[in-house]
Ligand binder design. Structure first.
Ligand SMILES: O=C(O)C(=O)[C@@H](O)CO
Ligand code: MG
Length: 255
């Protein structure tokens, strides 16, 4: 059975962000992930993580102006300086918090836009170089257009192509089972074929993005496959609890 990390951006929203670490540990989690730690000093986040005895699995680079609708900057021509500053911030936080992985979001741009693609490649190279020097893994994640309309990286094969082009062994795929199913289906075969490139896995039911075992996929088979491909890192529980985080956790004892 895979080891699970609580996603503190979606789970434990019953309490403020900094209190979610203790709440996750109290529910038996040994690791956490979340979108962004940047509203708090890195030292404070690290202290909460350590006090709860948790491992950090992953967080995202700053995405630009999230409230205004930005979803990353890597594919945005003209935003290279902002992207570089975000990368500096992410690496500084990663060193203090001790995350093994950073997720680089692409941003909203046409997947077919040649200038956006060129900018994405340049920024991906920069991020791969900088994270490589810092000893931190880097992941990119295809995201479905229903949840994130206009997201540049909306295709798993394209993500694999970008990764292969870079020739950086610490650059890998964030395989979110929820997005995979909505974008392409064929989840188990994709896990098998992409296994060597997978750096992080996330799970949620499809289509509601609730607890595993409540959607259209056979999550038990998917967890068995994750074990079978030899994936040993954390599986992020990136789901919106249907009716309370604690109340919904019984799936973990039924998989
Ligand atoms: O939306 C997802 O799925 C993620 O994993 C986030 O990191 C991106 O918002
Ligand atoms: Mg995800």
């Amino acid at each position: 059975m895979p080891k699970f990390a609580a996603n503190l951006s979606m789970m434990f929203n019953e309490v403020p962000f900094l209190d979610r670490f203790a709440a996750a540990a109290d529910c038996g989690f040994t690791a956490v992930e979340y979108l962004f730690p940047y509203d708090h000093p890195a030292e404070v986040v690290a202290e909460r993580l350590q006090a709860a005895g948790l491992a950090q699995a992953l967080f995202n680079m700053p995405p630009g102006d999230w409230v205004a609708g930005e979803r990353g900057m890597a594919a945005l021509p003209g935003r290279e300086a902002d992207f570089a500053a975000a990368l500096d911030t992410a690496i500084a936080y990663a060193k203090v918090i001790g995350t093994p992985l950073l997720h680089m979001m692409a941003g909203l741009a046409q997947a077919t836009d040649l200038q956006a693609s060129a900018t994405y490649r340049e920024n991906l190279k920069r991020a791969a170089d900088r994270t490589g020097e810092a000893g931190i893994g880097l992941v990119i994640e295809p995201i479905n257009g229903r949840d994130m309309p206009g997201y540049f990286l909306n295709d798993f094969n394209r993500a694999v192509d970008f990764i292969s082009e870079m020739d950086a062994s610490h650059l890998k795929l964030q395989f979110d089972v929820y997005h995979r199913q909505i974008l392409h289906g064929d989840v188990i075969m994709a896990l098998r074929q992409m296994a060597p490139l997978i750096g992080h896995i996330q799970i949620a039911s499809v289509p509601e993005r609730h607890e595993p075992l409540t959607g259209e996929l056979d999550d038990r088979k998917i967890f068995a496959e994750i074990d079978a491909i030899g994936y040993e890192a954390y599986v992020g529980c990136e789901y919106r609890p249907a009716a309370g985080t604690r109340e919904g956790l019984s799936w973990m004892s039924r998989v």
